[in-house]
Write a new protein. Structure first.
Length: 236
């Protein structure tokens, strides 16, 4: 009965008619949205402390983290929901040279398309990030190399083997198979029962006219942001 009730709630919250364009674009405040829960130190560190995540995704993460702990693997969230304004700050700081990208001040690059492309290796344009939806989390560290050896490899192998049982998948895998868009992110995991619905609605509702309000937004269509980046995922 409890499982049936949860499914009814999920359908109610996530039916296409209930998924608003502003939500998909990140134009809302998760702190005042009843669908979100606040993160605390028992499950989060760094910038994720006191951040927010969708309730359904958090419930699944708690179950996954407990199962991982039983196997000697410790998972913690270092980034969760980022609304439009949060993503805009990250993007604009890189665009304006306040935050360097691979050691470069990008204001030295006059080709605006190339400047945007460099940021897009690991950061989304505001209005296009899966982190807007409250379904996606970054785990443990933002460093692919960490997950190649030692404790990091143990964590990644555990996630690869077990995360799917809890509804999570890695959207940005290696691009050798032809996946487009962002580079691989071994730390980024998505709660598919919700994010799959949001992605389909994004492709239906959002056009390039909606991707605006930040530095370099004119490059979105030139770089095929919706086709190659938003939809450039391994999770389906």
């Amino acid at each position: 009965m409890k499982i049936f009730y949860f499914i009814l709630l999920l359908v109610d919250f996530c039916s296409p008619s209930a998924i608003e364009k502003n939500y998909l674009l990140g134009h809302f405040d998760p702190a005042t949205d009843s669908r979100f829960v606040q993160l605390h130190s028992s499950h989060a560190q760094g910038s994720a402390l006191n951040g927010f995540i969708r309730k359904e995704a958090f419930q699944a993460f708690q179950q996954m983290a407990e199962a991982a702990k039983n196997d000697g693997v410790h998972l913690y969230i270092i980034s969760a929901t980022r609304n439009f304004e949060s993503q805009k700050k990250i993007w604009d700081n890189k665009w304006n040279g306040q935050t360097k990208v691979e050691g470069k001040n990008l204001t030295t690059i006059s080709d605006l398309k190339e400047r945007a492309r460099l940021i897009l290796q690991y950061s989304s344009m505001p209005g296009t990030s899966r982190h807007h939806w409250g379904t996606d989390i970054d785990l443990n560290t933002l460093d692919n190399n960490y997950f190649l050896t030692g404790e990091g490899l143990k964590i990644y192998q555990w996630l690869s083997a077990h995360a799917g049982k809890f509804g999570f998948c890695q959207p940005y895998t290696a691009k050798a198979s032809g996946r487009t868009g962002y580079e691989e992110e071994k730390w980024h995991w998505s709660y598919l029962p919700l994010s799959k619905l949001f992605l389909e609605e994004y492709k239906k509702q959002i056009s390039y006219r909606d991707i605006t309000g930040f530095e370099g937004s004119t490059q979105a269509e030139l770089l095929r942001i919706i086709t190659d980046y938003v939809d450039g995922v391994a999770c389906r």
